[in-house]
Design a protein around this ligand. Structure first.
Ligand code: PLP
Length: 384
C-alpha cells in the first residue's frame, strides 16, 4: 500500500538539502557561538548567515530576526513582550476567535494578569473584518494580533489593511505567519507588521526552531533573562543546527515560492472538485479564493471525523481533523465553531494539507478511494 501524507500543516518532512546542511553543525561544527575560539567563531558565522537568509526571506533586516524554539514561542515572545513593554500606555489587546492556541492562550494568561482582551468574531469563511478591528480600538489598546493565514481552514486575512489601521493609531501589530510562510509571499513591509512569527517545521526544517521578526525601534521588551544571546531578546545557547536548517529552509521556500504555489493550487483545486463532485453532503470550509494553496478543509455530514481519520490511516492516508494540537480531543475545532459551523457538523471535519512531496497521483488516488470510505462510514448515503 502506498502512503499519502496530506498533513503538511501539522508538520513537514525535512528537505534533504536542509538535512545535509544541518548535519554539518550536529557533528563537525559543534562550537558554542559565544566562544571566542575558532570553533565558536565558525558556529557564530553560521548563525549570522542563517539570520541573513531568514531576514531576506521575509524582507526584514538581519538585526530584526530573533531565533526561538518555534511558532509557539515566537507568538509568546511577540505578545507578552509587546504587552509588558507598553503596560504604562495601556492594557488592551485585540485578537480574533480563530487564532492558534499559542496566541489565544497567551492572551488568556495576560487577561489573568489584568490585561483586557477583545476577541473579534469572523465571518462564515473565517475572515476578520478590518472594520471590526478599527471599531475595537480604544485609547488603551497596545497590541493587535491577527494571524496571516489560518492553520485549519487556510483563510488568508486582510493583514495589510489591519496593519494600516494599527499604524495609523500607533498600535503595535503582530501577525502569526507560521502557516503562510513558504506558501504565499510573506513580507514584513507589505504586511505592515511590527512583529511576525514563523516556525521551521512547517517549511521543511526540523521541529523546535522558529523565528520572530521584531521591527527595529518598536516598544517591545524581553521577559526571559540569562546570557546576552540574540541581543538579550532571547537568551540561551543557540540551537545552531536548527538555526542553520531554518535559514536553508527559508531560502529554499522563497526561491521556489511561485512555482510551488501554482503547483499546489492546481492540486488543491483538483482535490476540491473531485471530492465535492463525487460525494454528497460535503462542504468546503474556509474562503473559496483567499485560501492557502495547500489547504483543503471539508465537512462531511453524518460522519465522525476521528473515525474517518482512522479509516484513512488504514488506507495509508495521513490527514487531520481540526488542528494537530487538537487531535485526540473530542472537542470540535474552535475555528469551525467561530465560523458558525454547528457543533455536530464540526466533528465531521477533514483537513488535507498538501506539500512538497505530493503529486497528482496522490490526489487521484485519494479522490478514487474517498467515496468508498464515506459510503462505509455513512450507510445509505448516495454518491453522485
Ligand atoms: N501558529 C500556527 C498558525 C500554527 O499552525 C502552529 C502549529 O501548528 C503554531 C503557531 C505553533 O508552532 P510550533 O509547532 O512551531 O510551536
Amino acid at each position: 500500500m502506498s502512503k499519502i501524507y496530506f498533513d503538511h500543516s501539522a508538520t513537514t518532512p525535512v528537505h534533504p538539502d536542509v538535512a545535509q546542511e544541518m548535519f554539518r553543525y550536529v557533528t563537525g561544527i559543534f562550537g558554542n557561538p559565544s566562544s571566542i575560539h575558532s570553533f565558536g567563531r565558525e558556529a557564530k558565522r553560521a548563525v549570522n548567515g542563517a539570520r541573513a537568509k531568514v531576514a531576506v526571506s521575509i524582507g526584514a533586516k538581519k538585526e530584526e530576526v530573533v531565533f526561538t524554539s518555534g511558532g509557539t514561542e515566537s507568538d509568546h515572545l511577540a505578545i507578552k513582550g509587546a504587552a509588558y513593554a507598553n503596560r504604562k500606555k495601556g492594557n488592551h489587546i485585540i485578537t480574533t476567535a480563530v487564532e492558534h492556541h499559542a496566541v489565544l492562550h497567551t492572551c488568556k494568561a495576560l487577561e489573568k494578569e489584568g490585561f483586557e482582551i477583545t476577541v473579534l468574531p469572523v465571518d462564515a469563511y473565517g475572515m476578520v473584518s478590518p472594520r471590526d478591528v478599527a471599531d475595537a480600538v480604544k485609547d488603551n489598546t497596545v497590541l493587535i494580533t491577527v494571524m496571516h493565514a489560518n492553520n485549519e481552514v487556510g483563510t488568508i486575512q486582510p493583514i495589510p489593511e489591519i496593519g494600516e489601521i494599527a499604524r495609523e493609531k500607533g498600535i503595535l501589530f503582530h501577525t502569526d505567519a507560521v502557516q503562510s510562510m513558504g506558501k504565499i509571499p510573506v513580507n514584513v513591509s507589505e504586511l505592515k507588521t511590527d512583529l511576525l512569527s514563523i516556525s521551521g517545521h512547517k517549511i521543511n526544517a526540523p521541529k523546535g526552531i522558529g523565528a520572530l521578526y521584531i521591527k527595529q525601534g518598536i516598544n517591545w521588551r524581553p521577559y526571559n533573562f540569562g546570557g546576552g544571546q540574540e541581543r538579550e531578546r532571547r537568551p540561551g545557547t543557540e540551537n545552531v543546527p536548527g538555526i542553520v536548517a531554518l535559514g536553508k529552509a527559508a531560502e529554499i521556500a522563497v526561491r521556489n515560492l511561485e512555482e510551488e504555489n501554482s503547483r499546489l493550487t492546481i492540486l488543491r483545486d483538483k482535490l476540491i472538485k473531485g471530492i465535492t463532485e463525487s460525494i454528497d453532503h460535503v462542504e468546503l470550509c474556509g474562503h473559496p479564493i483567499r485560501r492557502l494553496p495547500n489547504n483543503v478543509n471539508f465537512i462531511f455530514e453524518f460522519i465522525d471525523g476521528g473515525t474517518m481519520l482512522l479509516n484513512l490511516d488504514m488506507h495509508g492516508v495521513a490527514a487531520s481533523s481540526g488542528s494537530a494540537c487538537n487531535t485526540g480531543s473530542v472537542d470540535p475545532s474552535h475555528v469551525l465553531l467561530a465560523m458558525g459551523v454547528p457543533r455536530t457538523a464540526a466533528l465531521g471535519s477533514l483537513r488535507l494539507t498538501l506539500g512538497r512531496g505530493n503529486t497528482e497521483k496522490d490526489v487521484d488516488e485519494f479522490i478514487n478511494m474517498m467515496p468508498r470510505i464515506i459510503e462505509k462510514l455513512r450507510p445509505g448515503a448516495s454518491f453522485g
